[in-house]
Write a protein that binds this ligand. Structure first.
Ligand code: ZN
Ligand code: ZN
Ligand code: FE
Length: 761
């Protein structure tokens, strides 16, 4: 007896070697039928003995191909087709009514690497080798279904050898859409001093790097600027030309052993760095690590990544030294995508260009994860992660486009229960980033086939994303910034229940029109209520107060220590101190409850960081100082967070003045920056945890979610989380959704979808 089943497999199932895997599993069991892509799904029909069909289905459920993320399988019994023999892989059927999952880019697999290294292989040293298990995906896909003709490989006609592999169901490259070889695929080109060269392009790039030069290398998601990382002069030159004073560079090394020689990697960090996503992993730098000081000046950490394309592997193999690989852009602008853009934007920086002719459809920076102890947190979600969907714990009746915040912009689109977030787009104030923002929206809509019915946006009227949303004809849906942060943490953890949301960040527009940033909310995905916040203080000079932490130091010193403390400190901080104090006293100066600005103030007081050259620099240095503290100094504390007091008023105001007073006193007493930083972290964490736990008890909720950019600080995260857990309350932390504004679009989408929640689902 024969049966025939039709299986519709949903999830990330295209571009991940799914159809070849199905073919092998089906033919291995002697089953007949076919498999094909339809819209974003894979549709399989199998016919054979009932036990074998059941066995096949079980294999699909229990051990799908490693890169696939199966979110559901619908099975129906259909009539047997008498006389059908064999199993075939069908061409794709276009269909746009199903939710679609676009695969992320995948690092080169071991089998492809072996071929690249094998002198007998026709792909020996070929920089664009890939197969059904690896290679570019999101960055080359123009539309779905995922077929070669819908990628930027469309312009490359397969040679006979590649065609044979592509059509052979037993081959690793069966339906590997970006399949290529030296005879038919993309090629390298070197460009320097107005001349171009093809044959010796790779060698010229190597020679340039080894001579201490800077090479713009076109990779998977855009151009990198590369320089030998152990050459102090080369790295210094890159810094000067890129006008990047202090922000750390990431370093690419050939092997995981090389990575371990540079940084301490925990088991979880190790798993990330070797994963097919290949993010930059930021971890503690080893004292003996052999990279130039200019790579990450003054930082105890280093960002390290492994090669993720054959070109990177070939470069690292030949250079045999670590390479700085930093985004090919001027600071904070989007990464260069085309040869023209690279030449235009990087001509003053690069000594030469290593181009290739496979177009990049979507520019994608390297993703960044931070690691400390057992914790791994994504802080920039881009190549390798985007556009993998997140699943909401309910279904939405409306299709929502969420346009995110302003800095670290991302956008997201949601329909039903899935949320698809874009790659990292940069800071929207840069015109190029704003163009990338509009392109990302168009691309996400066309890839998913979703037509936005509602546009979710921040409440900040000056964000370009807000203005963009309000100009559209679709109904707009404003989501308060910190509600979006907390919601993004809930989505990250697959939760939807009332929680105490502790949202600490730089500045976000509050529902009362002031600038928030140190918030305790009672929130679920639908609603948020402000239960408590840090004491609001003046933000003298707006943007200047962000760039110049000494201004916040002065403000907090005058609040905590009075005018005398401010006066004695002022002269030390800046000649303009008096003007800034008067500005702070002016009724037209905005007030903020920002935790980020409090960190800035303490960083300036404790460590002397007067001005910053990149966002979050002062706070990052304060965290680094806290980590340096070795328990010496005879400094004691047993603070239980008394500074927050008892729950009082609605909203309850948490006043950290006493902590700042303590910092001022410690400073006068000549305590080390490390000790002051450590103590501030502990006391602040104790108080915040105490407030969160008190409010959780009052509101009868069992969970606290930690979100906002300040929680990229893993020292603070651990101190707060430990105390809350010790009080018997569960803590939700960010994992794959950035805690910073890169996660805002995901939170906005969830909140807007919750408003359009389908009842009883
Ligand atoms: Zn491969
Ligand atoms: Zn070929
Ligand atoms: Fe924020």
């Amino acid at each position: 007896m024969l049966i025939r089943h039709r299986l519709v497999v949903r999830g990330t199932v295209q571009g991940v070697g799914f159809r070849p895997w199905i073919f092998r599993e089906a033919t291995g069991r002697g089953l007949d039928g076919h498999v094909g892509n339809a819209g974003g799904d894979v549709v399989i029909e199998v016919q054979g003995r009932p036990d074998r069909v059941a066995d096949f289905t079980e294999a699909l459920r229990s051990s799908p191909p490693p890169l696939a993320l199966v979110s559901g399988i619908d099975i129906s019994e259909i009539p047997v087709r008498v006389g059908e023999t064999g199993f075939i892989v069908r061409e794709s059927e276009a269909r746009v009514d199903a939710p679609v999952a676009v695969p992320a880019d995948v690092a080169t697999c071991a089998a492809c690497l072996a071929e690249v290294a094998d002198p007998r292989s026709r792909r020996h040293r070929y920089p664009f080798t890939n197969c059904a298990d690896c290679g570019p995906r999101y960055t080359i896909i123009r539309s779905l279904p995922y077929d070669r003709s819908a990628t930027t490989m469309a312009g490359f006609a397969m040679c006979a050898d590649c065609r044979a592999e592509y059509e052979d169901p037993a081959d690793r490259r069966f339906h590997a859409e970006p399949i290529a070889c030296p005879a038919c695929g993309p090629a390298l080109m070197w460009e320097a001093d107005g001349a171009t060269e093809h044959a010796a392009a790779f060698d010229r790039a190597i020679a340039c790097l080894l001579a201490g030069g800077i090479v713009a290398v076109k990779g998977v998601g855009g151009y990198h600027l590369a320089a030998v990382a152990d050459d102090e002069l080369a790295v210094q030159r890159l810094r000067e030309r890129k006008a990047r004073d202090e922000k750390p560079f990431a370093v690419m090394v050939a092997t995981v052993e090389d990575a371990v020689a540079l940084v301490d990697l925990t088991a979880s960090a190790l798993a990330e760095i070797v994963s097919p996503r290949r993010p930059i992993v930021i971890a503690r730098r080893r004292p003996e690590s052999r990279v130039a000081d200019a790579v990450a000046p003054g930082s105890p950490d280093l960002g390290v990544l492994l090669p993720y394309s054959p070109l990177h592997h070939l470069l690292l193999d030949r250079v045999r030294r670590p390479l700085v690989m930093t985004s090919g852009n001027r600071t904070d602008e989007p990464i260069a995508q085309t040869r023209e853009a690279a030449r235009q934007e990087l001509a003053d920086i690069a000594d030469g260009f290593l181009h290739h002719d496979r177009p990049i459809e979507v520019r994608c920076d390297d993703s960044i994860v931070r690691s400390r102890a057992a914790r791994v947190q994504v802080v920039r979600r881009s190549r390798g992660f985007a556009p993998e969907p997140f699943t909401l714990p309910f279904s939405s009746a409306a299709t929502v486009l969420a346009v995110g915040a302003e800095l670290k912009s991302t956008v997201a689109i949601a329909s039903g229960s899935s949320v698809v977030a874009s790659h990292h787009l940069g800071d929207l104030e840069h015109p190029a980033a704003f163009i990338a923002f509009e392109q990302a929206i168009d691309h996400l809509c066309s890839l998913t086939g979703f037509k936005p019915e509602v546009i979710a946006h921040d409440l900040h009227p000056e964000y370009l994303s807000t203005k963009w949303a309000l100009e559209k004809e679709q109904p707009s849906f404003g989501v308060q910034h910190h509600h979006a942060h907390v919601a993004s943490c809930l989505v990250d953890n697959g939760r939807d229940e009332p929680v105490i949301g502790l949202a600490l960040d730089g500045l976000g527009f509050g529902s009362d029109g002031t600038l928030w940033g140190g918030e305790v909310l009672l929130a679920d995905l639908s609603t948020a209520q402000r239960l408590a916040h840090l004491r609001p203080v003046p933000l003298p000079g707006g943007v200047a107060a962000i760039r110049e932490p000494w201004r916040m130091a002065l403000v907090w010193a005058s609040i905590a220590g009075g005018s005398e403390a401010a006066a004695s400190l002022g002269a030390e901080l800046d000649p303009q101190w008096h003007a800034v104090l008067s500005l702070a006293a002016s009724p037209s100066t905005p007030m903020t409850s920002s935790a980020g600005r409090l960190f800035d103030a303490v960083a300036a007081l404790a460590g002397g960081r007067r001005t910053i050259t990149f966002e979050g620099q002062a706070a990052a240095e304060l965290e680094a100082a806290a980590r340096r503290w070795d328990g010496g100094d005879g400094y004691k504390w047993e603070g239980e967070g008394e500074w927050v007091g008892e729950v009082e008023g609605v909203p309850w105001v948490l006043d950290p003045s006493s902590l700042v007073r303590d910092v001022l006193a410690s400073r006068l007493a000549g305590r080390s920056t490390a000790a002051i930083a450590q103590r501030f972290h502990r006391d602040l964490a104790a108080g915040l945890a105490r407030a969160a736990v008190s409010l959780a008890q009052r509101e009868r909720v069992q969970v606290v979610a930690l979100s906002g950019g300040v929680f990229q600080n893993l020292v603070l995260t651990e101190l707060v989380a430990q105390r809350i857990v010790a009080a018997g309350v569960e803590v939700l932390l960010h994992r794959h959704v950035p805690a910073n504004d890169g996660g805002i679009s995901i939170g906005q989408a969830a909140v807007a979808c919750a408003a359009a929640r389908v009842a009883s689902s």
